[in-house]
Write a protein that binds this ligand. Structure first.
Ligand code: AP5
Length: 208
């Protein structure tokens, strides 16, 4: 699943994960989990994430290589927010070749920049369990799952979001060009509309 920050990859990825009955590996979620756990990888990734920069390719390829070799991934999987550079796409190709797995589709969700800034500046996440929620105007609300404190994601302030969009255009959009040139099945989905409308477009696009 590809698309700019805030395009709805996570939202649609969760729906796809449930409807296909396969695991979803979201590199952003894995990195944030590592950061909350205080692991070495999480601490090293933090400065890149907070600045809206990409975490180095070798770290990301290590995460994905490990995830895809596990039993969980045997019957298929959804990759969310990966690959984000041409080097990651090439690395993924090598991992899939080694495992004898075929890439079915590259799903590309697009949303215009102003909508993205609006969506991300009104998102809150739980500082304990990481769940994301739409802002309902109650700044003192607590997490409905674990009771933790709700905060803005560190990289969701307008300035960092604008920088993430620049990074997306410079480093991730070329991945789509690379996949198209390689003859991969790229499914383009308009990400503007209700979550249900986009869910239906995704399903129609990939044919499920
Ligand atoms: P990551 O967590 O992947 O962030 P992102 O790609 O910037 O995406 P987001 O999580 O912000 O948005 P999303 O597209 O998943 O949208 P969502 O469904 O949440 O990565 C964070 C950082 O980690 C990166 O900047 C980088 O540093 C690092 N990283 C991760 N992967 C990496 C990689 N492969 N290589 C290198 N570094 C990597 O929706 C957003 C909001 O909109 C939510 O509030 C949601 O409720 C709302 N929303 C969803 N759908 C709709 C809709 N249809 N209408 C209105 N609102 C909607």
């Amino acid at each position: 699943m590809m698309g700019p920050p805030g395009a709805g990859k996570g939202t649609q990825g969760e729906i796809l994960e449930r409807s296909l009955g396969v695991p979803r590996f979201a590199t952003g979620d894995i990195l944030r989990h590592a950061r909350r756990e205080g692991t070495k990888m999480g601490r090293e990734a933090q400065r890149f994430m907070d600045a809206g920069e990409l975490v180095p390719d070798e770290v990301i390829l290590g995460i994905i290589g490990e995830a895809l070799q596990g039993d969980k991934a045997r019957d298929g999987f959804v990759l969310d927010g990966f690959p984000r550079t041409v080097a990651q796409a090439e690395g993924l190709g090598r991992i899939l070749d080694e495992l004898g797995i075929r890439l079915d589709a590259v799903l590309n969700i697009s949303v215009e920049d102003d909508e993205i800034v609006h969506r991300l500046s009104s998102r809150l996440v739980c500082s304990s369990c990481g769940i994301a929620l739409a802002h309902d105007g109650q700044s003192d609300a607590s997490c409905p799952v674990c009771g933790g404190t709700l905060v803005q994601r560190r990289d969701d302030d307008a300035e960092t979001v604008r920088h993430r969009l620049i990074v997306y255009r410079e480093r991730t959009e070329p991945v789509l060009t690379w996949y198209r040139a390689a003859g991969a099945r790229v499914v383009d989905v308009d990400g503007l509309g209700s979550v249900e409308e986009i869910r239906d477009r995704v399903r129609a696009g990939i044919g499920i």
